[in-house]
Design a binder for this molecule. Structure first.
Ligand code: SF4
Length: 237
């Protein structure tokens, strides 16, 4: 397992010379059976999913269904499963938690204020994520620096102290055009919304189309300030 101390953590600098597939293979070897990719079926995660499946790398793949996703995202999940001949493990929010939250604060509570928006993300994403990461010691993500100002300082390997695990971000330095080149060259399935003005796709009610040239994540929680536009999955507390 990749040691979770700062000392050994610094010794992983050699990874900067590795290709993305080599990083994934190395991480799988180091964390046998205890490593997973959390995919939201965005273009970055589709690249990683393709690399993992095509190279038979021993990394589990799971996703969180908040119950508020776009139909196009469900179509992509189904298309991806057929394309690769596999089933992706999907985690759902606890039904009683959602019922309680909606009874108390309304079906579209996230537009009311940032606290209620975060409560919704907590119930629909963070709690199911905790379940999904049980027994996992290394968490693979599709994060890239370019995606948001809150991701600017992220590295290939990080410690998630709160969850006591190592986080691997193999695409952290990839550019958007590298991602799309890979997708086109390797015929990787992707969300049809990306061709219709949605560079970043989350829940349907919290994502809107962006104009040409706008920041790719500006359509996510567009009513909030840019520094608040994260759901809490990848924030260090
Ligand atoms: Fe709720 Fe919106 Fe967060 Fe989805 S993105 S979990 S709908 S607040």
């Amino acid at each position: 397992m990749i040691a979770k101390s700062e000392k050994n953590f610094n010794n992983t600098n050699f990874l900067s010379d590795y290709s993305t597939v080599e990083v994934l293979k190395w991480a799988a070897r180091e964390n046998k059976g205890k490593i997973a990719l959390s995919s939201a079926f965005g273009p970055e995660c589709q690249v990683l999913l393709d690399m993992i499946i095509q190279n038979s790398i021993d990394i589990q793949i799971f996703s969180l269904d908040t119950g508020r996703l776009f139909n196009e995202t469900y179509d992509l999940i189904s298309k991806t499963e057929k394309h690769y001949g596999t089933k992706i493990k999907i985690y759902f929010p606890n039904a009683a938690d959602v019922e309680k939250m909606v009874s108390k604060s309304g079906i579209n509570l996230f537009y009311e204020n940032i606290e209620l928006r975060k409560e919704c993300c907590y119930i629909r994403k963070l709690k199911p994520l905790e379940r999904a990461l049980k027994g996992i010691e290394c968490w693979v993500t599709g994060l890239r620096k370019e995606q948001s100002e809150t991701r600017d300082n992220m590295k290939v390997i990080e410690l998630d102290n709160e969850r006591n695990l190592v986080k691997i971000n193999p695409l952290i330095n990839w550019t958007e055009s590298q991602i799309w080149d890979y997708i086109k060259q390797n015929n990787v399935p992707y969300n049809s919304l990306h061709d219709r003005g949605y560079p970043s796709v989350g829940c349907a009610c919290c994502t809107r189309r962006v104009k040409e040239g706008d920041h790719p994540r500006s359509g996510r929680w567009w009513w909030e300030k840019p520094e608040h536009r994260e759901c809490g999955l990848h924030i260090e507390h």
